[in-house]
Design a protein around this ligand. Structure first.
Ligand SMILES: NC(=O)c1ccc[n+]([C@@H]2O[C@H](COP(=O)([O-])OP(=O)(O)OC[C@H]3O[C@@H](n4cnc5c(N)ncnc54)[C@H](OP(=O)(O)O)[C@@H]3O)[C@@H](O)[C@H]2O)c1
Length: 290
């Protein structure tokens, strides 16, 4: 049994905290308190009552810290990470984007960080209340820490795998996420991709991400843009990506970690990313609150 802290018990964090509480000593580090976790899953209701703290001063060192806040909340998350750290603590970052290590390296040892690609469809309906539409899976690098992370979930329902080409897993997800900017900007469902001009724009967003990803070492096939756009075209009317749903709820969007990251890495490699640049600029402008 390991001591595990989950920072950010939202859709992803709440789900993994409830799963891990079956087998480990789990401490939930929350900003907004709640009575217990209730996860509506496709197989029924899952309820868990792990110990919860809302005050960083009450945190104590643990074996694992799982970070599941939004990428833009990194500075307040770091306060928890430092308070929960011991020399052997490992930090798993369950967030979107490709800069998991860079984001938290200013706060904890880079070697103690385990980046995690999250694939699931979950949303928080109220503090501690989560709707899991599709069971999730997690991918980690095939490193000793990645393998230890897989072991942490051994007796749970969460599928965790290692990847020998983790960069590919990261960029494949970023390619999918890059097109979410369009429905978020238009406030329309993803199947707006059925309009030819929108499909072309989305393909271009993905192609820019593919070019940048390949420079970073990802193996991405030429047809990925078509595959992603075809999926969007077939999506139901009520499917909303997280940028769109955050905007609809008046919350900030993780634009910088998604389209912003493509632009940043494009600049690093002198690759033009004009479509992602436009999307990032427009959505960052929406993010600015008066
Ligand atoms: N949801 C999905 O299906 C999904 C799928 C793939 C990837 N992801 C990625 O996973 C990450 C988490 O997303 P999510 O959907 O789980 O977000 P979420 O539901 O908005 O949850 C974020 C949680 O972090 C908490 N939080 C923020 N700052 C905090 C702090 N300083 N201390 C403690 N808690 C703090 C929030 O608390 P409050 O209650 O106070 O707001 C909230 O409970 C994101 O990077 C997202 O892109 C999500």
């Amino acid at each position: 049994m390991a001591k595990v802290a989950v920072v950010g018990p939202g859709a992803v964090g709440g789900t993994v905290a409830a799963e891990l509480a079956r087998v480990h000593e789990v401490l939930v580090c929350a900003r907004t308190p709640f009575d217990r976790l209730e996860i509506e899953t496709p197989d029924g209701l899952m309820v868990a009552s792990p110990r919860m703290v809302c005050d960083v001063a009450k945190a104590e060192p643990v074996d694992w810290v799982l970070v599941a806040t939004k990428a833009y909340d990194h500075a307040s998350t770091a306060l928890w990470m430092r308070a929960l750290a011991s020399p052997h603590t490992r930090f798993a970052i369950l967030q979107n984007g490709v800069e998991h290590v860079e984001r938290f390296a200013p706060y904890v040892e880079a070697a103690s960080i385990v980046p995690v690609v999250v694939d699931c469809s979950a949303s928080r309906t109220a503090p501690g209340r989560i709707r899991l539409r599709r069971a999730g899976s997690l991918v980690v690098p095939s490193s000793p820490s990645g393998k230890a992370f897989v072991g942490l979930f051994a007796a749970t329902q969460v599928a965790v795998t290692t990847s020998t080409n983790f960069t590919t897993a990261l960029f494949r997800k970023l390619c999918v996420n890059s097109v979410g900017a369009v429905p978020a900007l238009l406030l329309k469902p993803g199947n707006i991709a059925r309009i030819d001009a929108i499909a072309d724009l989305m393909r271009e967003l993905v192609r820019e991400c593919i070019t940048v990803g390949r420079k970073e070492g990802a193996e991405l096939s030429d047809d990925l843009a078509d595959v992603i756009v075809t999926n969007m075209q077939g999506a139901a009317d009520d499917v909303m990506n997280s940028l769109h749903s955050d905007r609809a709820r008046g919350l900030p969007m993780e634009v910088d970690a998604r389209n912003g990251a493509i632009v940043r890495l494009g600049k690093k490699h002198a690759i033009a990313t004009p479509m992602n640049q436009v999307m990032a600029a427009l959505l960052e402008a929406v993010n600015v609150r008066d």
